[in-house]
Ligand binder design. Sequence first.
Ligand code: NFE
Ligand code: MG
Length: 563
Amino acid sequence: MSKRVVVDPITRIEGHLRVEVEVDENNVITKAWSGSTLWRGIETILKGRSPMDAGLLVQRICGVCTYSHYRASIEAVEDALDLKIPENAKLLRSLMQSSLYMHDHVVHFYHLHALDWVDIVSALSADPAKAAKVAMQYSATPIAAGEGELRAVQERVQGLVNTGKLGPFANAYWGNGTYKFTPEQNLIAVSHYLKALEVQRKAAEMLAIFGGKQPHPQSLVVGGVSCVRDMLSPARLQEWKQKHAEVNDFINRAYLPDVLMAAEAYKGEPSVLGGVGVKNFMAAEDFYLGNGEFLFQQGVIMNGDLSAVQDVDLTLIEEDVTHSWYQDGAARHPYDGVTEPNYTGLIERDTVYGKLPTFDNEGKYSWVKSPRYAGEPVEVGPLSSLLVAYARGNEQVVNAVNGLLKATGLPVEALFTTLGRTASRLVQTMLVAENSLKTFDALVNNIVVDEATYIEPVIDPDKEYKGVGVIEAPRGLLSHWIRIKGGKIENYQAVVPTTWNSGPVDANGKVGPFEQSLVGMKLEDPTKPLEIIRVIHSFDPCMACAVHVMDYKGQDLGQFQVA
Ligand code: NFE
Ligand code: MG
């Protein structure tokens, strides 16, 4: 007899994600459904507006990777107009991108993912003196793990528990048998969790230095960057470098040791060395270093075959809506994307929590579409970016990945897992942080010989244009597609990382990365499905990004009653 498990909402992500699974009599997942119950309409306002404004508007798709949507949109317009922007603008955009990654990945690991690994309650019973010694096993100079500091953290958390108001630590599956850290390891990680709250603020300031503010920076324009003189003063450049050093220090002395500690402690946990997804990976070329060089290459890998990496062919991207709450139709290329809502509701059935409204298995069950590459689901994100660069023989990436495998004693296959996804995000953060200093130096050298930061765009109202911006957002490959007619936006589509990863099964029965990663996994206790959350969080979902309905005709998209 199969049983249904519902996780809704999956928290510590942006937006609303529901995952349902069916487990057999041994509590092994036989089928999974990932659906977003969030609906938004932000692209509605684009149609008929100036392409010059699109970037500022579409960055409101999300509150996390605002810069990514902003940049992808502006680069789509630049592609449409065939504008070649100045070197300084490319370097500044790259520095902002690196700053975003140093912020976003640290926040994800600590504030969105760590509590899938770290049992807060267990940390209360740790011996701080012993924990201080344990911390030295993973870093010669651990960042927030001296005995006094650890004792203070323990007292702080105990104080929270005593008030009965657990705040961010409420409503978790504390005590779940799949938590593997010792009390001392838990205490070290909690200490870094708290420290990361301060560090992330500094990282956000790094982007604000060049972006004017963060989130929603405002210094990119079609043709380059704005506010230039102030931005490029030696004092501001130095301020960025200072903050970079502080954040980088945390990455090396907390984030890296914590991932190593997790790799060691969790080696035998199936949800950590499982969670294998579709094994097709796609990534964009990104992180400009100067002199025409990029840190990461573009490419597609199918069936986990690292010996056969292909170039991304943008004509092979389509979105399917068979199981999404839109009017049926053939899968479409984003230039010709259509979005007509068709909400079909939920079905009541028995679950491990009693009777509940649940997904219509055979029908539609998500506001997320299903992007496909050459008809196949692909995973995007830090793991994909590293695998593509690794397969292409990128020396820095090969050394970093091999180094991590050696340090953890894990085989290459461990990359295609929950741990692989999480560790790849760390490796990507470290490489980005290190290489952003090259971009920084390239900028400093270039501005003394070349002042240009902007080239004026010209739109001929009698011409039609189309263009695409393809970048690597923190959660993976992001593409924005624009058609321009009469000087105005005619059609606009964003195909977003979390859409690639979380989309439902397609017309051909092909299962996407989230759903595929859950099938075959055993749950210790189906009423406390921590394993599902751990696997899904390793993709770093953002449903706000994934659902961004466009209605270019301006009609009502639907009526909803909120109970
Ligand atoms: Ni809303 Fe986003 C990123 C984009 S998401 S966070 O990174 O693009 O899938
Ligand atoms: Mg879209």
